[in-house]
Design a protein around this ligand. Structure first.
Ligand code: PEP
Length: 255
């Protein structure tokens, strides 16, 4: 059975005190309401990682939203994988479309980030997704295949088995537009097929593939009911403890 995962991506929101308040609400609600078989992850800004690590009590696991591709050195303003690990995070989001778009992160650079994260023991949550224009011109499968091949498929099998994938159509992020359950399932099945082709079916069947893009408590049940959707990467709705918990609860009665 693949792991069911609900991960919140706070992006650049909440100052220190606001973040503390939101996180303590999330810890409280998740502990009381979400089955322990669902992995709940919060990807917060770096400034929160250490304090949240003390508050999470092992129930919620933490992710950074980015890392640098070098081990250490003269990269003013950057944060390394080792630094992230040293404050108790287990995961790192790599290749979010906002980083691809606003920070010009290429598949080649992302491949380096993935490699160092795995080498040093952080689990990458690797994001892929097509733009609206790419979907409208029927290039979405080709784009996803290229992102997988160039960003992830350099990994050997044992390394690849550490990765979580998030399919996030760019046109659905923060827009209120959601991929239909059918569109999302179709792409998740395609991604799993690509993994099976490069590694094998067993590896593909064990890979958690999350959906991201305007996920909310209303649409999550139908999305998460799709056979190849193993949970969600949640942006806007992760900033409200009630909504995030309600999304994380979707797997409660699904065994
Ligand atoms: C995201 O940025 O990863 C995301 C899915 O955002 P939203 O849920 O706000 O669309």
């Amino acid at each position: 059975m693949r792991k069911k995962i609900v991960a919140g991506n706070w992006k650049m929101n909440n100052d220190y005190q606001e973040g503390m308040t939101l996180f303590s609400e999330v810890v409280h609600m998740v502990k009381a309401e979400v089955n322990s078989s669902t992995e709940v992850i919060v990807a917060c800004p770096y400034i929160h990682l250490h304090s949240f690590g003390q508050m999470a009590n092992g129930r919620i696991r933490l992710a950074a939203q980015n890392c640098h591709q070098a081990e250490k050195g003269a990269y003013t303003g950057e944060i390394s994988v080792k630094m992230i690990e040293s404050v108790g995070a287990d995961f790192v989001i790599i290749g979010h479309s906002e980083r691809r778009q606003y920070f010009n992160e290429t598949n080649e650079l992302l491949a380096q980030k993935v490699a160092i994260a795995i080498k040093q023991g952080l689990t990458p949550i690797f994001c892929i997704g097509e733009t609206q224009q790419e979907r409208e011109s029927n290039r979405h499968f080709e784009v996803i295949r290229e992102q997988l091949r160039e960003g992830l498929f350099h990994l050997v099998k044992a390394e690849f088995q550490q990765v979580i994938i998030a399919y996030e159509p760019v046109w659905a992020i923060g827009t209120g537009l959601t991929a239909s359950p059918g569109q999302a399932q179709e792409m998740h099945a395609f991604i799993r097929g690509e993994i099976a082709g490069v590694y094998n079916q067993e590896v593909a069947d064990a890979t958690s593939i999350l959906y991201g893009g305007s996920c909310n408590p209303k649409n999550a049940p139908e999305l998460f009911a799709q056979p190849d959707i193993d949970g969600g990467l949640i942006g806007g709705a992760s900033l409200k403890a009630r909504d995030f918990t309600d999304i994380a609860k979707v797997f409660n009665d699904r065994g």
